[in-house]
Ligand binder design. Sequence first.
Ligand SMILES: Cc1cc2nc3c(=O)[nH]c(=O)nc-3n(C[C@H](O)[C@H](O)[C@H](O)COP(=O)(O)O)c2cc1C
Length: 204
Amino acid sequence: MKTLSNYLKDEDRHFRINFFNTLSGVRSVWMVGTQSKAGVKNLGLFNSLVHIGANPPLLGLIFRPHSVPRHTLENINESGLYTLNSVTSELMHLAHRTAEKFEAHEDEFELLGFTPWYFGSYPNVPAVAESPLKILLRYVEKHLIAANQTQLLVGEVIDVHIKVDAAVQSDGSIDHQILGHLAVSGLNDYYALSHLLSMSRSDD
Ligand SMILES: Cc1cc2nc3c(=O)[nH]c(=O)nc-3n(C[C@H](O)[C@H](O)[C@H](O)COP(=O)(O)O)c2cc1C
């Protein structure tokens, strides 16, 4: 039986990065929408979304170290607002391109062909019209992970837009298969979802 060092022995840096990036399994994948002070709309791709709590509704995102320009993080620092926009197989190729580096003055909605969409009283934070699930968040707090200089940014859910009402089940849970959402492993591997079973739920 192979040990960790057997798997990594003789392999290069890319093998090691892919190995550890995918070790934790599949996660949800989101385009984060923000806008700079200068009014430039930005998108970034994120797979690190984590549920922090339901009351108040809090979600966390892990940001890479701020050692290079990070437009999503900088825009959130400035405006305190951001959107999460879900990814389907139809959107997958374009969505993946939101991980590319663009210049601060380049509008990623225009460049990639996404349609900006706005939550009623929030005209300065763009969502992606094409995404079946859009979430508006307000920045709450962030935590430096001292071990590697990444940051856990916590936001409170302010509003939600769901394209298909039937995706909200009678008990309140959201069916991500109905919305056509994908999952991602690491940075490159996309998976389709298939809902197997709803266990009977407790109240907590
Ligand atoms: C599938 C995928 C998931 C990613 N998830 C994250 C993430 O959770 N946190 C992060 O800081 N960067 C993540 N990235 C990298 C960002 O998408 C990339 O740095 C992007 O340029 C950020 O955009 P921005 O500079 O406009 O903020 C991911 C990239 C890919 C391809």
